[in-house]
Write a protein that binds this ligand. Structure first.
Ligand code: TRP
Ligand code: ZN
Length: 483
């Protein structure tokens, strides 16, 4: 397994620290540290993420005033050095950086574009766990993606929402903004009285302080930074004790996942049917894909037109306007595929979108709608009765190889990605196929995976020769000759 996050890190890190500490006389004199890389050379977003360390935990404290749009923030980033570091980078786009500290001591920093370079007062030895505090303020940016969509910090009529796929999270907190570095999060948000503030995970406390409301959110399972969210506004908040289906220990009743929804007041009625489905969808997904991976669930419905899309923000997807049941299924399916099993790089998007799209097909099939086979055939035939937008765009490029960053959310990634899975199902049969989906979700739970990891896993566990499917459907150019 190469799940960086699931390996117990503390003990080996401590051993390395002791050895290096002896060898170098602790972290006093700069000996052989070098600067951490400014990016992880992701093919589509080369500057995203940073080299030389991995983040364990983000503690983010925000204070927001909707009237002025001003945000003040403190990010406490606990990370482990993977090399001796003389300096390291964080990704942070916009706002003003007021102060940076590393392990309680002032650190020098400078900024160039999205790169915030931090030079601690002493070098950081390999294996050391260090804490960086960044204090910042200003009006956060909205980021325009290569494909023209908007992310980052987006103001609404009476608040704001933060969404981060693929690179928007660097607009509201500094960090290692690449999906390959997952971490735990605590997010505390202070807002004027009368406002709600929602984030990922569970609400640990809600208090009043000096006439303002303070919300403390805790994301207890590893999260890629693009899945972090904050929504501030006058939301209608509902909680319920739980959805069945997390799969308790054998024989026990399934444990319950608490549901927390926040909905734009004008959309409560229109959203109700899809929101009421959340427990069913979680229970259904738990049967199809294995235990729901997180300790809470819910949704955030922001005003119509705030975003041009929905996003599967961890535990609590954001919907721009009232969702329908299919969209709810799609975003919930991402909790398994994308959020628990996260892409190693942005090239692997089809592992998110192809799977979430196929989940919609399965949901329909399981409820007596079109079967996945019928839908596959209709998509192959570009039948506009089934996909009114069918125009041959599924065949523009192979799902595992988008031609550029502006194409990572295009049709081939979603629909031809789903068709790849259906081809595998046809070849191996239902029993092996559903075992494959569950096995994959379990094998990479709370980790990362690439396309090559998936194909190798499928080859190995099904014992079938799937090479023609990979070659033609996943990697080949143009429309495959045969269904
Ligand atoms: N990942 C989202 C989904 O399928 C869609 C999405 C998020 C998106 N950000 C985007 C699509 C930017 C296009 C552009 O649920
Ligand atoms: Zn999706």
């Amino acid at each position: 397994m190469d799940l960086r996050r699931t390996a117990p890190r503390t003990a080996p890190a401590l051993a390395v620290l002791l050895v290096l500490g002896l060898a170098t006389g602790c972290s006093g004199g700069a000996v052989d540290g070098s600067p951490g890389a400014a990016g992880l050379r992701d093919r589509y977003f080369p500057k995203a993420g940073n080299g030389g360390y991995q983040v364990d935990h983000y503690g983010i404290r925000l204070d927001y005033t909707p009237d002025t749009g001003r945000l003040t923030g403190t990010a406490e980033i606990t990370a482990t050095a993977e090399q001796a570091l003389s300096s390291f980078h964080l990704d942070f786009d916009g706002m003003d950086v007021d102060e940076v500290e590393v392990d309680g001591k002032g650190a020098r920093f400078n900024r160039a574009g999205q790169e915030l370079t931090v030079r601690p007062s002493g070098e950081l030895v390999k294996g050391r766990t260090f804490r960086t505090v960044v204090r910042y303020s200003g009006v956060p940016r909205t980021v325009e993606d290569p494909d023209g969509s908007e992310e980052g910090w987006i103001e609404t009529a009476d608040g704001a929402v933060a969404v981060g796929e693929p690179v928007g999270s660097m607009a509201w907190f500094p960090g290692n903004h690449h999906p390959s570095d997952k971490a735990l999060y605590d997010v505390e948000i202070t807002v004027p009285k009368g406002y709600e503030a929602v984030s990922n995970g569970v609400l640990k406390a809600r208090t009043e302080r000096a006439g303002r409301s303070v919300f403390q959110w805790h994301a207890a399972e590893p999260m890629a930074s693009y899945l972090a969210t904050v929504a501030i506004g006058r939301y209608d908040v509902r909680t319920s004790p739980g959805a069945a289906g997390t799969g308790g220990s054998a024989g026990a009743a399934p444990s319950a996942v608490p549901v927390y929804t926040a909905v734009e007041p004008g959309l409560v009625k229109k959203s109700a049917p899809a929101l009421a489905r959340i427990p069913d969808v979680v229970a259904w997904g738990s049967r199809r894909f294995g235990p729901y991976p997180f300790s809470s669930v819910g949704a955030i419905v922001v005003p119509d037109g705030t975003l041009g899309y929905a996003l599967e923000t961890q535990t609590r997807p954001v919907f721009s306007g009232a969702p329908d049941a299919d969209l709810m299924v799609h975003e919930m399916a991402h909790q398994w595929f994308g959020n628990s099993v996260s892409p190693k790089s942005w090239r692997d998007m089809w592992l998110n979108e192809g799977f979430a799209t196929y989940a919609e097909w399965l949901w329909a099939e399981d409820r007596g709608g079109l079967t996945a086979e019928e839908r596959f055939d209709a998509f192959y035939d570009e039948d506009t009765d089934v996909d009114p937008e069918a125009d041959g765009s599924y065949w523009d490029f192979p799902p595992a190889d988008p031609p550029g960053p502006e194409h990572i959310s295009d049709d081939p990634v979603y629909y031809r990605g789903a068709m790849v899975l259906h081809k595998v199902r046809q070849k191996v049969g239902d029993k092996a196929f559903f075992a494959l989906l569950r096995g994959w979700a379990a094998a990479r739970r709370h980790g990362n995976a690439s396309t090559a990891d998936f194909t190798a896993y499928a080859d190995r566990t099904t014992g079938e020769d799937l090479s023609a499917i990979w070659r033609v459907w996943l990697e080949g150019d143009g429309k495959p000759d045969h269904r």
